[in-house]
Design a protein. Structure first.
Length: 454
């Protein structure tokens, strides 16, 4: 099945697409497949493996599983509803399967298999439902990054291919080939593929909705004060940062402060993510501040005289095209390849999007994506306390600036370069495969063990 822009950019709940969004979807899918037999269930089992077990508490996985079993979906559930329902479950010791059937369960009943990693993927979970001694159903799911899930044993059927797209691609070489033959830009190719399933007004309005959720995420973050949840006593910096910027740059248009504004957006998004807020997965929650931060730069500094809606649409289409290539050849899961697959991918996508809206050729767009990804190779995922706070929040701001610099470097060239994006993506995949497990979202190595939690 072809992956489209609305598969790649989705609205969800923090703090993690693979640890929160994916498990919620998986649990909801499991109870949804029970159908009418859910009304006969009287016992439920849930187990988490690998990275989900190791860092699930800090990433909100236990809460996500509870809500998913109740039938909640990350696209529609609201933060206030999350707090209310999880409090009720813990108080009553019962979860309503699919929102219908109360059975005894709470977060303490979730089995954390800390030492067990299933061979297919580090982010694995098992669900089983019983009626008395009779097993109604059991399944293993994998949260493979960016909110995508797979159920063990499921294979795409021949009729699940969906509508054929005019310009299929899995590599940047294939993408550039379409651009050359058709005389189109990267965003144009992605748009033409989207039009196979919906009309252009629906594509445009859907993308602008994503932009609106990104903006709302920033604004929500800027209203919060105090410390981030989780016990690390990390103070929220975004509100104070904005107050200081308002004094230094009252109109918000002084080019001398572009980097401070970009940093503000990245910090705000990831502080909201760490708070369990509503946001756009881009391509993951832990790396979700980079794409909106660079979009802010594009609309306020790089192309301020251009229609901002048009800039937004082309930017996100081009960024999505790069994510298609990354997902097809490697991974965006920190638990699978480290943070190079999350922050590195987001920086690559943002660099490509910015180059596109600044009039770069397809070759320059690919070059920008390659530069950004190349200089994130080997980046580990080692969050302190298993929380997406240190180093994740600052890392988004740094990577946003790197994306902007990658775009500028590519635009000053002619698109020709020695290392292709495909070669860098394959290198990222192989580096992730060779990386020690303790550096892949387990909180067992790196900063997670060398910095005293306080």
């Amino acid at each position: 099945m072809a992956i489209g822009v609305f598969d790649l950019f989705t609205v969800g709940i923090g703090p993690s697409s693979s640890h929160t969004v994916g498990p919620m979807k998986a649990a909801a899918d499991f109870v949804g497949r029970l159908g009418p037999t859910v009304l006969t269930a009287d016992r439920i089992e849930a187990s988490l493996y690998g990275s989900l077990a190791a860092t699930g508490r800090g990433h909100g996985t236990l809460r996500a599983v509870l809500l998913g079993l109740e039938g909640c979906q990350p696209e529609t559930v609201l933060p206030l509803e999350i707090d209310e329902r999880t409090a009720a479950i813990e108080r009553d010791g019962r979860v309503r399967l699919a929102g219908l059937r109360p059975v005894p369960f709470r977060s303490a009943a979730i089995d954390l298999q800390l030492q067990t990693q299933l061979p297919r993927h580090s982010n694995a979970m098992r669900f089983a439902a019983y009626s008395g001694d009779a097993l109604l159903d059991e399944a293993i799911y994998y949260s493979i990054g960016g909110g995508f899930i797979e159920r063990d044993g499921d294979l795409p059927s021949p009729d699940s291919a969906g509508d054929p797209i005019p310009f299929p691609f899995m590599t940047s070489e294939e993408l550039l080939g379409h651009c050359a033959r058709e005389g189109m830009g990267v965003a144009d190719v992605m748009l033409r593929n989207e039009l196979a399933t919906r009309d252009e007004s629906a594509v445009r309005s859907g993308i602008l909705h994503l932009r609106d959720v990104m903006d709302a995420c920033v604004e929500s973050s800027l209203t919060r004060v105090g410390e981030l949840p989780g016990g690390l006593n990390v103070r929220r910096r975004a509100p104070g940062w904005r107050a200081r910027l308002a004094g230094a740059d009252p109109t918000g248009t002084d080019p001398a402060f572009w980097q401070e504004h970009v940093n503000l957006v990245a910090l705000a998004v990831n502080e909201e993510n760490a708070s369990g807020g509503r946001m756009v997965t881009a391509p993951t929650n832990g790396a979700a501040g980079i794409v909106p931060a660079v979009l802010y730069y594009a609309t306020h500094y790089a192309a301020p005289a251009t229609d901002t809606d048009d800039v937004t649409v082309r930017y996100l289409l081009a960024a999505a095209a790069i994510e298609v290539v990354i997902k097809a050849q490697a991974s965006i899961s920190g638990a699978e390849v480290g943070c190079q697959g999350e922050v590195g991918s987001a920086s690559s996508m943002a660099a490509a999007g910015l180059t596109e809206v600044l009039g770069g050729t397809p070759e320059q767009v690919e070059n920008a994506a390659e530069i950004a990804m190349e200089h994130h190779l080997g980046l580990t995922c080692d969050p302190i306390g298993g929380l997406v706070q240190i180093p994740c929040i600052e890392r988004n701001a740094i990577a946003a600036s790197q994306a902007i610099n990658a775009a500028k470097m590519a635009l000053w060239g002619d698109g020709s370069h020695h290392v292709s994006l495909d070669e860098v993506i394959v290198t990222m995949r192989e580096t992730g495969r060779d990386m020690d497990r303790k550096y892949k979202e387990t909180a067992l190595g790196g900063l997670a063990v060398n910095v005293v939690e306080c």
